[in-house]
Design a protein around this ligand. Sequence first.
Ligand code: GLP
Length: 259
Amino acid sequence: MEIVICKTKEEASKLAAGIITAAVQKNPKIILGLATGSTPVPMYNEMAKAVKAKKVSYKQVKTWNLDEYVGLPGTHDQSYRYFMNKNLFEKIDIKLSNTHVLNGMAKDPVKECAKYEEQIKKAGGIDIQVLGIGSDGHIAFNEPGTSLNSRTSVVYLTPSTIKDNARLFFKGKENEVPTQALSMGVGTICEAKKIILLAFGKNKADAVKGMVEGGMSQFCTASALQAHNDAWIFCDEESASKLKLRNYYAWRSATKLGL
Ligand code: GLP
């Protein structure tokens, strides 16, 4: 795990977007795994700027998203499909048919999850997986207690995630947040060749501490990244504030990135 500690989320988002832009320039047919939530939005804006400036094209890029709420169609303004269209896909030159988000309305959700796994496998696997982190240390919707080997499946949200996400997606109304989701598994996520996780703000400091300096445990599913050999964690000063070795991580990653 490499921990990149930046002063601000804007700085971290620019750095992370730069890595993705360079990777797409190098491999225009790259397979990206994408995330929702407020955290990646500044990075998506930076990626869109690079497209606008004609530095890069996503015409041949294919994407698979991490998760989707059960019971929300892609047209619903709180669905993750809708979020991705608005916050990234409509701002870059990607073909919508090359973008994949789990179907929360699938008649057979188990089959939908199996199909998703098959599609990713057929595409050759995910080259770069973007992740956020929940305040309880979850990645995608893999809540505490999920096996670190889990595959894409139907999952239940914890009350704390429902509360966190209501704030953002459901205008504070917790009872409107679906209690179930379809989510890539921890095992699925960890098969990505490279991982870029973004964590910003005080609210993520405990989760970052658990992910980086806690033991690998199903009670902080992001800790599975400790066993990945190309995982990059982009923090701002607030989210990194509880890390014991933060000065060492900052120095080491800056050296590796040539900063
Ligand atoms: C949801 C998503 C996660 C995301 C998390 C954090 O639970 N399923 O993929 O990382 O929210 O969201 P935010 O970035 O808004 O804090």
